[in-house]
Ligand binder design. Structure first.
Ligand code: NAP
Ligand code: ZN
Length: 356
């Protein structure tokens, strides 16, 4: 069936209206009308070709909240009318060790997991199209239950990527009460990291390049704020942190942050900059047995756990709702770190455009 969305047709042209086919729901599929879709920096990296490998036309969007409109004959987990979410993945091999462990994001089957956009579409051929669209069809194994209040649904959408990408490493490295946790970069991911780490009981410090975000960081649950461009303030953090979550979307010097870790502390990188970071100092790692690690989104079961954790702790994203037509302006503001803290597209704007 035909659906409508917004696509980038090349790295340097604005996103534009685009019509394409979605498959008819098969036996295990869930058809979803998209209500809201968050705007992740990965959408921008991909649409503008910053990582290479973008398949055009590219319909980004992997922070989807919507309503079920139809289910296949074998679908037992979802029913028509239910509110659901879809994140960064729509499929994986299902039988490699990672999939068996519920860590589908690390699927080692052929081609790895299938991304919600820019992945291989095994049903229709070609590539997958994401959530900047009116509706989507997804296998039930990659659909999440959303039990937040109806009024919060726009602010729930960013949990599907920004929420799980921060929740998963915080859980994996067992962040909890009594720990000093740093969050680097107060953007979409970073602000979720602050809220979730604080809810897990950690004492959170925000590292930011934007001094004007200080009050907001404290309001989000941070106990301290350090301006990372201030070398003296950074040096004063030496040996303070058990764990640092680095969400920065640009290449930068990692050493001042590694130096802020305690002995045996870990910094996890989740930002994926266009240009590589300069190599960190070996001495900074070995003299305190510090670790530098990475983490990719989170598995489906853990994403459901995160959604339930956020509902129970009253956590949603801080958002600015935009119409579909404003996406390029939103991207430009995101590049300038001018977003508090996530843009979310109200998909009614797309339906209105199509109806007009
Ligand atoms: P975002 O909203 O743009 O936030 C990034 C933040 O990084 C900015 O708000 C800014 O915070 C800081 N920053 C930006 N430029 C900087 C610079 N030149 N030097 C230092 N700090 C800078 O982006 P996002 O959506 O949170 O995504 C962050 C990154 O994570 C992106 O690269 C994205 O692709 C990646 N990502 C990874 C995963 C994963 O699974 N690993 C999942 C989703 C996204 P301050 O103003 O506070 O400095
Ligand atoms: Zn994302």
């Amino acid at each position: 069936m035909q659906t409508h969305g917004y696509a980038a047709h090349s790295a340097d042209t604005p996103l534009a209206p685009f019509s394409f086919d979605r498959r008819e729901p098969g036996p295990t599929d869930v058809a979803i009308d998209i209500l809201f879709c968050g705007v992740c920096h990965s959408d921008l990296h991909t649409a503008r070709g910053e990582w290479g490998g973008t398949l055009y036309p590219c319909v980004p969007g992997h922070e989807i909240v919507g309503r079920v409109t139809a289910v296949g004959s074998d679908v037992s987990l979802f029913s028509v009318g239910q509110t659901v979410g879809v994140g960064c993945m729509v499929d994986s091999c299902g039988h490699c060790p990672s999939c068996q462990d519920g860590e589908e994001q690390y699927c080692t089957g052929e081609g790895g997991f299938i991304g919600t956009y820019n992945g291989h579409d095994k049903h229709l051929g070609g590539h997958t199209f994401g959530g900047y669209s009116a509706h989507i069809v997804v296998d039930q194994g990659f659909v999440l239950r959303v039990d937040h209040d109806e009024k919060d649904l726009a602010a729930v959408a960013p949990l599907l990527c920004a929420g799980i990408t921060t929740y998963s490493p915080l859980r994996h490295w067992k962040v909890g009460p009594g720990q000093q946790v740093g969050v680097v970069g107060l953007g979409g991911l970073g602000h979720m990291g602050v809220k979730i780490a604080a809810a897990m009981g950690a004492e959170v410090t925000v590292f930011t390049t934007s001094p004007d975000k200080r009050e907001a960081a404290l309001a989000l649950g941070a106990k301290d704020v350090v301006v990372s461009r201030d070398a003296e303030a950074m040096a004063a953090q030496a040996g303070r942190f058990d764990f640092i979550l680095n969400t920065v979307a640009a290449s930068h010097n990692l050493d001042p942050f590694l130096n802020a870790l305690k002995r045996d502390g870990t910094m996890v990188l989740v930002g994926v900059p266009e240009e590589a970071h300069p190599s960190p100092s070996v001495g900074g790692l070995i003299f305190r047995r510090r670790a530098l690690a990475g983490s990719l989104i989170g598995g489906i079961a853990e994403t459901q756990e995160m959604l339930d954790f956020c509902r129970d702790h009253g956590i949603t994203a801080d958002i600015e709702t935009i119409p579909m037509q404003a996406i390029d302006k939103a991207y430009d503001r995101m590049v300038r770190s001018d977003v508090k803290y996530r843009f979310v597209i109200d998909m009614q704007s797309l339906r209105d455009e199509v109806a007009a």
